[in-house]
Design a protein around this ligand. Structure first.
Ligand code: ARG
Length: 583
């Protein structure tokens, strides 16, 4: 009796086919299968209500008619009708057992999940900091959320292209070159490159006040860069290279590897085509010397222009982003594009996507799914923007170092007997994982209050709690002298005790958590699920002894332990965290 990975999708398909036989589908019946309140069942189908209302029928009678035609599902589910016309499904213990037996490794969970985006290519643009500047906490949020989204899309079958869209072009480079040519400290450029570039930009800026001959000189440097002067181009290239090398250190600690670093400069010579096509298709018009796009159907963008070429003829963020959308569509043949930035770029991306959709449709280009994934600001516990005590920006390297130091203290308190080198290694995983998880665990749309104590707590929806749950299951196997890669689970009987049943049902719902997190591009749904799963495991482990004499009972409890382990590990890996065997 095998059962597919995604039981809700399976029920949805079964109900749809029953409804088709009954002639309801052609009248617009949609089963609407969801995870149910555990008091009523595992899943419920609500579709009879909306359908009956529309068709002026008795919803309970419609639901009953469907229930009566679901005979082949009864082997696996207890089916009942409730309220005005809900259909409830509860998996039978034998069906739960069959699901648990089938999904026995991270690879099998993956092959079960790899349908929603199978055959699709998605480009994810995340982190995307500006060169010659420190990455700030916003870029860290974007990196963490973006990487989780990449891994969720991959898990559900997509080919993912990770693209770091560096802010590496703009007028600031004139002043930076001006400062560099006069005051560069070569030693500092090697040891603290970004700090040195920031210092040089500040010097360059201060030395070139408005109207001064020095400013004219900085402008000449910029013009030379833009017209391809080899010396200035080489300098600009160096700024990008040293910046990227510094960023890579942070990415390495977060387990992030970009496939491309196609920054704004890459698109600089592709903007003429954008102006031409948007003008040809009638989408863009000249207004006060600038090229702009209006969206007459939109409450705000009917009047608020999307400026795609400045009055002085220069390109801007909108022109390069339009070229970027086109390149991803044509060159990568993207089915979906995701850009992860903070909420303040909301208007820009709304106008960008509106424009791109109309333009691509007018030119008969493919129109990918276009998503702007936003997140709220990061604040300290005082509600103010996160800064150091002296009011400087937080350096990300220092932030990750502090996370590891704090995690080291935590691990040392918990397991003082482990050798120091191992405690350091564990602290690296727990420290960075805590920063990642704290960011992922809450709805990304909210502002995020940065709190060391909360993110490192061993209780609650935190990385330490979940990583600890993983190590606890490893230790069950270790103490019993068993290898968790070959758990002795043959001959397991179906789950039976209340706690076994709660845990088994929760495990089957992994598919729904993945589906929800991926379709909404909101990793917190998966975090919440993993937290609840760990809770269900604790309940089970407190109530039911695992290593008992009765072989069938022992095998099924080891099965539950093992499947909890692989679901927790798989989930955490999909969020971008590493896991541990001991801590
Ligand atoms: N560089 C921008 C920033 O630091 C983010 C770029 C996001 N990607 C894009 N295609 N606009 O805010």
């Amino acid at each position: 009796m095998n059962l597919p990975f995604d039981v809700a999708a399976y029920l949805d398909a079964s109900l749809l086919s029953a409804a088709t036989t009954l002639g309801l589908t052609e009248r617009g019946f949609d089963p609407e299968v969801r995870v149910a309140d555990p008091a009523h069942g595992d899943f419920q189908a609500n579709g009879a209500l909306a359908f009956a209302k529309r068709e002026k029928l008795n919803p309970r009678a419609v639901a009953q008619q469907i229930v009566d035609s679901l005979d082949e599902l009864r082997e696996r589910f207890d089916i009942s009708l409730a309220g005005p016309g809900f259909i409830n499904f509860r998996l039978k213990p034998a069906a739960l057992l069959a699901w648990l037996q089938a999904y026995d490794s991270e690879a099998h969970l993956q092959s079960g999940a790899a349908h929603a985006h199978a055959g699709q290519t998605w480009v994810v643009d995340y982190s995307s900091p500006n060169t010659a500047k420190q990455m700030h906490v916003g870029h860290l949020r974007s990196a963490v959320i973006g990487e989780a989204i990449c891994r969720l899309l991959e898990f559900t079958g997509a080919k993912v292209i990770r693209d770091n869209h560096l802010g590496d072009w703009g007028t600031q480079f004139g002043k930076l070159i001006y400062g560099y040519k006069r005051w560069v400290d070569d030693e500092a450029l090697l040891t603290e490159p970004i700090e040195e570039l920031e210092r040089l930009y500040k010097l360059g800026h201060a030395a070139t006040p408005d109207g001064s001959p020095e400013l004219e000189e900085a402008r000449r440097e910029l013009v030379q860069l833009q017209s391809g002067d080899p010396k200035n181009v080489a300098l600009w290239k160096k700024f990008s290279d040293v910046s990227l090398a510094a960023f890579e250190q942070i990415y390495g600690r977060l387990g992030i590897h970009f496939d491309h670093n196609l920054g704004e400069s890459f698109y600089n010579d592709q903007v003429e085509r954008i102006y031409r096509e948007l003008t040809e298709t009638g989408l863009a018009q000249v207004s006060e010397g600038a090229l702009v796009v209006f969206h007459p159907e939109h409450p705000r963008f009917a009047k608020q222009p999307f400026l795609i070429r400045k009055a002085d003829g220069a390109s801007n963020y909108a022109s390069t982003d339009l070229a970027t959308a086109l390149y991803r569509t044509e060159h990568f043949k993207a089915d979906g594009i995701v850009v992860v930035t903070d909420f303040r770029q909301g208007d820009h991306f709304e106008q960008l996507w509106l424009t791109a959709r109309k333009w691509f449709a007018a030119k008969n280009y493919r129109v990918p799914a276009l998503h702007h994934v936003t997140f709220g600001a990061v604040t300290g516990e005082d509600g103010k923007a996160l800064k150091t005590r002296d009011g400087d920006v937080i350096k990300l390297k220092a932030l990750l170092d502090e996370a590891e130091d704090r995690a080291f203290a935590l691990v040392t308190a918990k397991s003082p007997d482990l050798p120091e080198a191992e405690r350091r290694e564990i602290a690296r995983t727990v420290g960075v994982g805590s920063v990642q998880y704290a960011d992922l665990a809450q709805n990304r749309s909210s502002n995020y209050v940065f709190s060391w104590d909360k993110m490192l707590a061993l209780d609650g929806n935190t990385a330490p709690y979940l990583l600890y749950a993983v190590t606890r299951i490893h230790s069950i196997f270790r103490k019993a002298g068993l290898d968790p890669s070959t758990p002795p689970v043959t001959g397991a009987s179906p789950p039976e005790t209340p706690q076994e049943l709660v845990l088994a049902r929760k495990l089957v719902q992994f598919a729904d958590a993945v589906q929800l997190a991926t379709s909404q591009l909101r990793p917190h749904f998966l975090c919440l699920y993993l937290f609840e799963l760990a809770g269900a495991f604790s309940g089970f482990y407190a109530a039911d002894k695992v290593i008992v004499d009765a072989p069938a009972v022992r095998a099924r409890r080891l099965l539950l332990c093992h499947r909890t382990l692989i679901v927790l590990e798989t989930g955490l890996h999909r969020l971008g965290l590493r896991t541990l065997e001991r801590m």
